[in-house]
Design a protein around this ligand. Structure first.
Ligand code: TRP
Ligand code: SF4
Length: 327
């Protein structure tokens, strides 16, 4: 039997996880566990690099995010769940890669340019932040992971990782694989207000969100602006509520589309059904969450065990690289 390929992905523990994480990443990760050897990493160094001003809750979010992962079906028996900062070799390879990475590659990186322009945050004009994608490349290659499930926004980082790998292979003969992305096909969910979904806009529903709060939040969502009365024909394809239905109400979605276009369902009713559908999906997850929240030591143990498993692989790969470079 062919050896299963290795997959690595990660999330920054900068807050509670929301429906965007569930739909865009976690449900995909859960599926990938069947066919690949997966490593799922809490990227705490990356969280610190980008948000070191708000580091107070780091430890709380690390455990809380892993609780969400486990509740959604990431299994510590199938996959390695670990904390980036607990595996020293990430930083070794990061520095080795930094030596080979021209400043121009990093300055040209679209995510970096966007962050600088959009946020105008002086706090991220740091040595570490411009090297963000270099650490990400090291995260992947210290496990020789061949596949990386990421959102579209992360594609430039993966492209950069491949360029760095080619350079490392050329200069040091280390023979690392060029990692490829696994893109999720799910449509990107907008935020509740129609803008990009982001915790900093406050337009998200958390995985741990209370059901009553879900109802309130969904009731306030933006719909088709051209629709005033219930009998007006609606345009589901411009309506955020409908985009959520596509994801959460798979059985009902065609009927909802027809009823909306025919003016047979009102937006109030349509949103009630959406809230119910979301609550339906989240209920079993939240039940597992409550269990795990009562047993945080179990969660910490899972992370500790994952750290050890990750260290073993990373140590092996690093020794191989060291031999090539140091001789
Ligand atoms: N940069 C990723 C994000 O913000 C998180 C991340 C860090 C990551 N290292 C990674 C993702 C390695 C994939 C592979 O979403
Ligand atoms: Fe959107 Fe539903 Fe209203 Fe149609 S009925 S506009 S899909 S909320």
């Amino acid at each position: 039997m062919a050896k299963k390929k290795r997959v690595l992905s990660g999330m920054r523990p900068t807050g509670r996880l929301h429906l965007g994480h569930l739909v865009g990443a976690l449900s995909n990760w859960v599926r990938l566990q069947e066919s690949y050897n997966c490593l799922f990493m809490i990227a705490d160094w990356h969280a610190l690099m980008s948000e070191y001003e708000y580091y107070e809750n780091l430890n709380e979010y690390i455990v809380d995010n892993v609780i969400d992962w486990l509740a959604c079906g990431i299994s510590p028996d199938e996959s390695i769940i670990f904390l980036q900062s607990e595996v020293q070799e990430h930083l070794d390879l990061y520095l080795l890669f930094s030596i080979l990475t021209p400043m121009g590659w990093l300055e040209r990186c679209p995510t970096y340019k966007e962050q600088l322009q959009n946020l105008k945050r002086r706090s991220i004009q740091t040595h570490a932040f411009i090297g963000y994608p270099v650490l990400q490349a090291a995260d992947i290659l210290i496990y020789e992971a061949e596949l990386v499930p990421v959102g579209e926004d992360q594609l430039p980082h993966l492209e950069l990782a491949r360029e760095i790998v080619r350079r490392a292979n050329y200069y040091f003969g280390v023979n690392l694989p060029e990692p490829q992305p696994i893109l999720t096909e799910v449509p990107r969910l907008p935020g509740l207000d129609g803008r990009k979904m982001s915790k900093s806009y406050g337009n998200v529903i958390n995985i741990s969100e209370d059901p009553d709060e879900i109802k309130r939040k969904v009731a306030k969502m933006i719909t088709d602006p051209a629709r005033i009365r219930k009998t007006d024909p609606g345009h589901p394809d411009v309506c955020s509520v409908f985009m959520y239905h596509k994801v959460f109400s798979k059985d009902e979605v065609n009927q909802i589309r027809k009823d909306c276009q025919a003016g047979k369902i009102g937006c109030v009713e349509c949103k009630k059904r959406l809230a119910d559908a979301i609550i339906n999906v989240l209920t079993p997850i939240q039940e597992k969450r409550r269990e795990l929240e009562k047993n945080k030591d179990v969660v910490r143990d899972i992370i500790r065990r994952g750290n050890n498993q990750a260290r073993e692989i990373a140590g092996r790969v690093w020794r191989k690289i060291r031999e090539k470079v140091w001789g």
